[in-house]
Design a protein around this ligand. Structure first.
Ligand code: SF4
Length: 241
């Protein structure tokens, strides 16, 4: 049976598959999806540790696989430098950004709206412009409270499949992969960050929850920017298609 149609108990797989088996499963998921969706399969590369693992896996499946990066005016300099290095190395990574004016400190007063404008809208634009029918993410179900209910293959928007090929990986296995295969990471991880986002909304913490340093002091604390929870399949006027 195709792995894309699996109904496996992911919580069991998280604990029972070893590192090598997880890598093989992830490669098989991407390979099957690429055979099915061809150039409609595109990696969403946030430049975080999980995304660079998925990007590396996708390149092993087929070097032609494309990706997109969404950046914002609030990304740390280290992330922008890392982005520029990755794009120079992989011209098949396309960058999307919103430059529309927003109120000062919107990230404090209304972070949901700030993320909608600066993150969700550019993702919608990437999906539309790149003709994405299957987007590939670095979501992991052990990352934090908001990420426990995803599946490896989902279709939250009609006509837009989401593939989460490393969903069952643990944080340790991500670092295992990065070390074993010499994959470059954002230098901010060396400072102690475990989850990276925009500078005003990302702090170093020692909590168990990997995403606990995100949006501290707001209603979004440890939460999501919205790209995994909001509809993405729209035309550029924002109407569903
Ligand atoms: S992470 Fe913060 S600064 Fe970045 S878009 Fe969201 S609210 Fe705005």
């Amino acid at each position: 049976m195709s792995l894309l149609k699996n109904q496996d108990d992911l919580k069991v797989l998280v604990e029972t598959l070893n590192f090598k088996e997880k890598v093989e499963r992830s490669l098989q998921l991407i390979d099957e999806a690429y055979r099915q969706y061809a150039d409609g399969l595109v990696v969403a590369n946030s430049l975080g540790k999980d995304s660079v693992v998925v990007w590396d896996l996708a390149k092993k499946v087929n070097p032609k696989i494309q990706g997109f990066i969404v950046t914002t005016r609030f990304k740390p300099k280290e992330t922008i430098d890392f982005m520029n290095q990755e794009v120079a190395r992989y011209p098949e990574l396309k960058v999307y950004k919103s430059d529309i004016p927003i109120p000062d400190r919107l990230y404090e007063t209304d972070p949901d709206r700030c993320c909608d404008i600066l993150k969700v809208e550019p993702v919608k634009r990437a999906v539309y412009r790149m003709g994405v029918t299957c987007w590939v993410t670095g979501l992991r179900c052990t990352e934090g409270r908001t990420r426990t209910d995803y599946k490896e293959v989902e279709e939250r928007d009609r006509g837009l499949v989401k593939l989460n090929p490393i969903l069952i990986w643990k944080e340790r296995e991500v670092w295992q992969y990065l070390a074993l295969y010499g994959v470059k990471v954002n230098p901010l991880y060396a400072e102690g960050y475990r989850s990276l986002g925009c500078a005003p909304c990302t702090k170093i913490t020692n909590e168990d929850n990997e995403r606990s340093g995100r949006w501290i002091g707001t209603s979004k604390c440890g939460g999501e920017c919205g790209i995994h929870t909001r509809p993405l399949k729209t035309n550029l006027d924002g109407d569903g298609i």
